[in-house]
Design a protein around this ligand. Structure first.
Ligand SMILES: [Zn+2]
Length: 153
């Protein structure tokens, strides 16, 4: 590991990328050719071979979840990112998975400003999808239970 040292605060991406394969070189980290140790299982189930993912089954490499106090991070030079000092731990926590997943869901939904969108399931990812609207004017709306907290309609 070259980019980080003991004691650094980092956010670790939920997908594990090697940084060297064609997919990683083209920012398609979730399809990394080298981090899923069981690509055949996922291929049978999904029809393609995703990269390794923290906290999923053996079909995604069998890596333990990232909400533990300590985890082993393969290819940490490519999968871990420094947290700036002005960002507190709680804010940094959601950057590894729920923010990018919610953001991507909003983006893939193709929602335009003024559209009305319902978000089913307002766990961390659903709430981040609803909040993406506030940051980039993409999705609008969420479930009634969290709509007012997130400023959604
Ligand atoms: Zn790769």
């Amino acid at each position: 590991m070259r980019n980080h040292k003991v004691g650094d605060r980092v956010v670790v991406a939920s997908f594990i990328g090697c940084g060297r394969c064609w997919y990683c070189q083209n920012d398609l980290w979730s399809l990394c050719d080298n981090t899923n140790t069981n690509p055949g299982i996922a291929s049978m189930a999904y029809g393609y071979e995703p990269g390794g993912i923290f906290g999923y089954s053996h079909a995604m490499g069998g890596f333990r979840g990232s909400h533990a106090e300590y985890i082993r991070v393969p290819f940490a030079d490519y999968s871990a990112f420094p947290v700036p000092p002005e960002v507190d731990d709680r804010s940094a926590l959601v950057v590894s998975d729920s923010v990018p997943t919610g953001w991507m869901g909003a983006d893939l939904g193709g929602v335009r400003p003024g559209d009305v969108v319902a978000v089913w399931g307002c766990g961390a990812v659903g709430q981040m999808a609803a909040r993406a609207r506030r940051c980039c004017s993409v999705p609008r709306g969420s479930s009634p239970s969290t709509a007012s907290r997130n400023g959604s309609r």
